[in-house]
Design a protein around this ligand. Structure first.
Ligand SMILES: *Cc1c(COP(=O)(O)O)cnc(C)c1O
Length: 415
């Protein structure tokens, strides 16, 4: 998608990654039991065939348009722009999609792949329940059996999403082992896949896991950045100066960034969850504070203890509470093509209230991390520059956290 005027990034032909073995530089790969390799190869072969098939492309686009609600608006945030008095701020409104976030782009794409492979059963793991709901939704839409693995602890914390999945006809299996959270649900889902691989497709929810998942999820999410390119062009703006997105596993960020990677004049910032602060152990700032290791079938940056155990992440936002990150982000960090930083729980909460009060939009807590970075970036910008923030999801699911914050603030925290 590079424009003729934009030469490739000088230090690396980034569009070529991953290589044939699924590596982004030294990151990625396929760290799985031998028995899963045929399933990953079948997935890769099917994906490579369908990505050049115009009928598949047309069906995917049609589902995005008529079922998910694409294209999403690129909204000029006039009041937020006036508040900072610097660069023009645009919001990419992924919060307006069916099921309330960008995750539906990927689940639609992957269920079409599952159908093409003749699979009739879908499994997934979920932490906060958002990916579980997006998966149960498309399983209902395409008439497939669906089983979602979820930590027992998470099921208690996110009960409304458990109810949604059940209403959509999915089975929700409680995982009682380990810390009873996402990490343990992921192990159970992998175990299920090992036993039922002939009939079952495992829908991974972000640009993580063994090759080819990071490549496939990027492919289905890049519609976000492609629309931003077209929408800015239609407004007479050739190129944004800054793109900002939150990073959990990294799929909404990859989706926004990917079409711009070969444009050296576009700066990109990935914002991780700083939790209670990166000087404490209570954060999820994987790229800022982690070290490379192997987890969830891939080599990537991980939060780990001194002896190499996975360190339990913390974030006020359940969707960012993941100890790893997509391998392509690890690569883009080392290439210095994308800047990774983090904001705290407090900063994210303040940014959410600012957007609500100034623009009448209640963002997801994950997206509020991207918005919070405006506080640091905007003073350094000029009025002729454009900043695009990916508003990855809406805040309905976070209302109890927001209300609690409001009560602690005495009920009327100004923007
Ligand atoms: C799941 C989720 C995220 C984090 O996932 P990524 O793969 O990093 O995009 C971010 N925002 C929202 C609204 C989510 O639901």
């Amino acid at each position: 998608m590079s424009r003729p005027s934009a030469p490739p990034h000088p230090s690396s032909p980034i569009d070529q990654w991953p290589d044939a073995r699924g590596y982004f530089g030294e990151f990625g790969g396929q760290f799985v039991p031998e028995i899963l390799r045929p399933a990953l190869t079948e997935l890769e072969t099917t994906f490579n065939r369908l990505r050049t098939d115009p009928d598949f492309e047309q069906e995917f686009r049609q589902e995005l348009r008529t079922y998910a609600g694409r294209p999403t608006p690129l909204y000029f945030a006039r009041n937020l722009t006036r508040y900072y008095g610097k660069a023009r701020i645009y919001l990419k409104r992924e919060d307006l999609l069916h099921t309330g976030a960008h995750k539906i782009n990927n689940t639609i794409g992957q269920i079409l792949l599952a159908r093409a492979m003749g699979k009739q059963r879908i499994i997934a793991e979920t932490g906060a329940g958002q990916h579980g709901v997006a998966t149960a939704t498309v399983a209902a839409r395409f008439g497939m059996d669906c089983c979602i693995y979820m930590g027992a602890e998470d099921m208690e914390r996110q009960f409304p999403n458990v109810q949604r999945m059940r209403m959509l006809g999915a089975k929700v299996r409680a995982v009682h082992s380990g810390t009873r959270t996402l990490k343990d649900a992921t192990s159970e889902a992998l175990r299920d896949w090992l036993t039922h691989v002939a009939t079952t497709h495992y829908i991974i929810g972000s640009v993580v896991g063994p090759h080819p998942f990071p490549l496939i999820v990027r492919y289905f999410q890049k519609v976000i950045g492609e629309e931003v390119q077209e929408q800015l062009k239609a407004l007479g703006h050739p190129s944004p100066s800054f793109l900002i997105a939150c990073v959990g596993g990294g799929s909404n960020a990859m989706g926004l960034f990917y079409p711009f990677l070969s444009s050296p004049d576009v700066q990109m910032i990935g914002v991780e969850a700083g939790g209670l602060g990166v000087h404490t152990p209570h954060h999820a700032a994987t790229l800022s504070r982690g070290r490379p290791g192997i987890f969830h079938g891939m080599k990537t940056y991980l939060l780990q203890t001194a002896d190499g155990q996975i360190q339990l992440p913390h974030s006020i936002s359940a969707g960012l509470d993941y100890p790893g990150v997509g391998p392509e982000h690890s690569f883009l960090k080392e290439q210095k093509r994308v800047t990774y930083t983090q904001v705290t729980d407090q900063e994210a909460l303040q940014a959410a209230f600012r957007l609500a009060r100034l623009e009448g939009i209640i963002p997801a807590l994950e997206s509020a991390h991207a918005l919070a970075y405006l506080d640091r970036l905007l003073p350094t910008t000029h009025p002729d520059q454009i900043v695009v923030v990916n508003l990855s999801g809406r805040g309905d699911k976070d209302m109890s956290t927001y209300i609690q914050y409001l009560e602690n603030q005495g009920g009327e925290k100004a923007p």
